[in-house]
Write a protein that binds this ligand. Structure first.
Ligand SMILES: [Zn+2]
Length: 362
């Protein structure tokens, strides 16, 4: 930050005064004065995180550190005004039932689409059929709290940058999220890459084979149409993935990717095959990202990481098949821990992290 010791001391005093940070135990020092450890106060500062997906929408109440207090989900309504009304009602009820209204500092929303940074408008969300949709202001009116909205993979990349475990992050990485869709958040030289008009990172719609399965975006053979949870389920069910299929059967086929992983673990060979094929295609697509951007590592988030032991070698083979240099082929792929909610963590970070982040990434 290029500021002197005296300025740091007065900033620290100010932050302690306003309760943003607090002093903890005295640390160990080889010589000189023992340092006093400082901690960011995360308890009692709450966030509502919302993850809007094609199949379901998730709402989580958590503290600033991302510790889950409550979690609920419901079928996503594709009509923006109805979705906003339902979200408003549920968030208000959630805050009231946890006595959290006064302690909640905002709502972070992640969506499966491209978001215009300045306005918060959703430019395009192919799975939802949304183009140029604004839900931020309507939702903020419903719940009377500030609302931040962001593309889900970008939010995951931001959370990785801000809240990632120390030593597990870097200045050059790509965060790939695999859920009902597939997308990527790109961080190069410590900067999140948004592109000229906020639509960078849509690797999910890179073509693998133009004669391939239809994607929810309407085109054929997108990377997402081979690797999303929907794609993996449709491969297992032997049914073509079409936007129509996706919409009409998301309730009719009560099978989730988690169910499929359990079936595979229980000895269902076809389930294991469907999952492994997804692993291979993930590797092929990651090789394309690695060739294009040369990140030092690729983070992978989504339910499929629950089957990491079953897909890791297929992912690596897919990368090896297409990577152009030996170093690129060896790029580490780091799966998110099972049981976490990386997209909800990303939504939480939208509210919590700007309080602490350096201006260049805020
Ligand atoms: Zn597509």
């Amino acid at each position: 930050m290029n500021i002197g010791r005296g300025v740091v001391t007065s900033i620290i005093q100010e932050l302690i005064g306003e309760g943003t940070i607090y002093e903890g135990a005295t640390g160990h020092a080889a010589r000189g004065r023992r340092p006093t450890m400082l901690y960011v106060r995360t308890q009692d500062r709450l966030v509502v995180a919302v993850d809007i997906r094609f199949s379901r929408t998730f709402i989580m109440l958590s503290d600033f550190a991302g510790t889950q207090i409550a979690l609920e989900s419901f079928d996503t309504n594709f009509a923006p005004d109805l979705l906003v009304a339902e979200l408003g009602e549920r968030i208000n009820r959630l805050l009231a039932s946890h006595g959290a209204r006064g302690r909640c500092e905002g709502v972070g929303v992640v969506v499966p689409g491209m978001v215009e940074r300045m306005s918060g408008r959703i430019l395009s969300a192919p799975q939802l059929g949304w183009r140029d949709v604004d839900i931020r202001s309507a939702l903020a009116d419903e719940i009377e709290l500030p609302v931040s909205i962001e593309n889900a993979p970008l939010a995951c990349a931001l959370a990785q940058m801000w809240l990632g475990q120390r030593g597990n992050s870097s200045d050059n990485f790509v965060y790939v999220t695999v859920s009902d869709g597939v997308g990527a958040g790109i961080v190069l030289n410590g900067q999140l890459i948004r592109g000229a008009s906020d639509s960078a990172g849509e690797f999910g719609h890179n073509p693998i084979d133009r004669n391939g399965p239809q994607c929810l975006c309407g085109a054929h053979g997108c990377w997402e149409a081979y690797t999303s949870n929907q794609a993996t389920l449709s491969r297992y069910l032997g049914r073509e993935l079409t936007p129509m299929w996706g919409q009409s059967t998301r309730q009719a086929v009560p099978l989730t990717i988690e169910d499929l992983i359990s079936r595979a673990r229980g000895g269902d060979v076809r389930a294991a095959g469907a999952i492994e094929a997804t692993g291979h295609y993930l590797g092929v697509g990651i090789a394309g990202i690695v060739n294009a951007l040369n990140p030092s590592q690729v983070f992978l988030g989504g339910e499929i990481t629950g089957a990491w032991d079953m897909i890791e070698s297929a992912v690596r083979e897919g990368i090896l098949e297409r990577a152009l240099t030996r170093a690129a082929a060896a790029t580490p792929v780091v799966p998110e821990q099972m049981g976490g909610y990386p997209r909800l963590r990303g939504a939480t970070a939208l509210v919590a992290a700007p309080h602490f982040a350096a201006p260049r990434v805020a």
